[in-house]
Write a protein that binds this ligand. Structure first.
Ligand SMILES: Nc1ncnc2c1ncn2[C@@H]1O[C@H](COP(=O)(O)OP(=O)(O)OP(=O)(O)O)[C@@H](O)[C@H]1O
Ligand SMILES: [Mg+2]
Length: 414
């Protein structure tokens, strides 16, 4: 990526109408644009980060047997009437719309109903089970409060996977697998030490559901963390009975504010019963499919990471999801040739580089590189060329190395 080709610009000032830190920084650094409260466009740098988060989740879902698809946003009311969730009293986040002739549609806030109905076409025998379709899809929710930037969108991206199993036993096995996959995902996203599998209320078919909660001062949830066991308990189920069941003592738990980055839920027969999703088992009896649903909000995760690692100079992306590994800046006309050469060589090796080839002052380039939060900044200046050593600065800790071009190639081209 060359900065001279990038249409976005950075800004020194926080947008006046934005109160959340993640959105302020992401807007200033040119990663997102605000359409209105809770509705954000992803600009090239932001799209790049979001795609990387999505790719990590995708890899982990595929590893455990997930198969990717994409369902429609526009919804048929009839499908939702089967579970009573078309009713605004039951599901209070609907965006509904209609044709000029009065025919109604909804914009999907989640996809349990349509996926259950759709799977009736494909599941008829125990041999068709289990099945784990998933998608990355835009959800719409009429969230009343939308002051947390990307963390609470009215239009946002969700990874939703649905499990279809022949019985609870088959379901439970997958539930454990995906739970481990979630922990791997949050580890790879750099949130490992801060994200806890959290016991939450379960519904009719399981005592608990599990949320994946990341500790954050701006979190809307309260959780009680057992660092010893690496788990947490949501305030909503925090009581003596649950503590005893999980074998944890009150005095070992730390109360924290946290953001729900994902959750896994045993749905049981709720949707298969309402929508008639059945199969013939090996004993030739007709049975209902046992279901689960598993969400992660990639755009919420992006907002959280932006906010979590930021410092007074701007964003600080973990290497796995940074829009580029290196911010290459050139100072002085006579440094252009070498900078261009280094850019081409690194880029040809598949290393992502943002090359600041603009005719702006060095100060602006330094500030932008810090604001954008690129892990390494490499400066090619005429003075450095004379000395044969180039400054490489690590964004997260400010560490400075003076390296030859050879050293730099060796460091990044493994
Ligand atoms: N308004 C939103 N904006 C961005 N991401 C969201 C939003 N609502 C939910 N998510 C993400 O989608 C995942 C699955 O959605 P789910 O319906 O389970 O969330 P939820 O229980 O409504 O979350 P919350 O309690 O925060 O409203 C959540 O774990 C979260 O990561
Ligand atoms: Mg919600």
């Amino acid at each position: 990526m060359k900065m001279s080709q990038m249409f976005t610009k950075t800004s020194k000032n926080n947008p006046a109408d934005e109160v959340s830190k993640n959105a302020q920084l992401l807007i200033r650094a040119g990663f997102v644009h605000k359409e209105m409260a809770g509705v954000y466009d992803f600009l090239p740098l932001g799209k790049n980060v979001l795609d990387k988060i999505v790719q990590i989740i995708r890899e982990e879902m595929n590893k455990i047997g997930g198969v990717e698809m994409s369902l429609t946003a526009l919804q048929n009311p009839e499908t939702w009437q089967a579970t009573n969730r078309w009713d605004d009293e039951v599901m209070d986040v609907w965006f509904k719309t209609k044709l000029s002739n009065g025919r109604e549609f909804g914009l999907a806030p989640t996809h349990e109903e349509p996926i259950t109905k759709l799977m009736r076409n494909f599941i008829s025998s125990y041999k068709d089970l289990p099945s784990y379709p998933y998608q990355f899809q835009t959800k719409f929710r009429a969230e009343l409060r939308s002051k947390s930037g990307l963390m609470r969108g009215r239009e946002f991206l969700m990874k939703d996977l649905y499990s279809f199993s022949k019985d609870k036993e088959q379901h439970d096995e997958f539930y454990e697998e995906i739970s481990k996959a979630y922990l791997r995902i949050f580890d790879r996203l750099g949130l490992g030490g801060y994200t806890f599998k959290t016991f939450a209320s379960g519904g009719s078919f399981a005592k608990f559901s599990h949320e994946f909660q990341t500790i954050s001062p701006v979190g809307e949830d309260t959780i009680y963390v057992s660092h010893e066991k690496g788990i947490a308990i949501n305030q909503e189920v925090y009581n003596d009975e649950v503590l005893a069941e999980l074998g944890v003592k009150k005095e070992d738990l730390v109360e924290e504010k946290a953001v729900e980055v994902g959750n896994i839920f045993t749905l049981g027969y709720k949707f298969s019963e309402a929508l008639g999703l059945k199969f013939i088992d090996s004993d030739e009896k007709e049975k209902l499919v046992f279901m689960g649903s598993y969400g992660i909000g990639p755009s919420r995760v992006m907002g959280l990471i932006a906010e979590h690692f930021a410092d007074d100079k701007g964003l600080v992306w973990p290497e796995n999801i940074a829009p580029a590994k290196i911010y290459l800046m050139q100072i002085g006309e006579d440094a252009k040739e070498l900078a261009e050469e280094v850019y081409n060589k690194l880029t040809n090796q598949g290393i992502e580089v943002i090359y600041d080839d603009r005719n702006t002052g060095a100060g602006q380039k330094f500030a932008d590189s810090d604001l954008m939060g690129i892990p390494y900044r490499l400066t090619i200046s005429s003075r450095a060329i004379k000395q044969g050593r180039f400054e490489l600065v690590t964004r997260k800790n400010g560490e400075i190395e003076e390296l030859t071009i050879e050293d730099i190639y060796n460091k990044f081209m493994k």
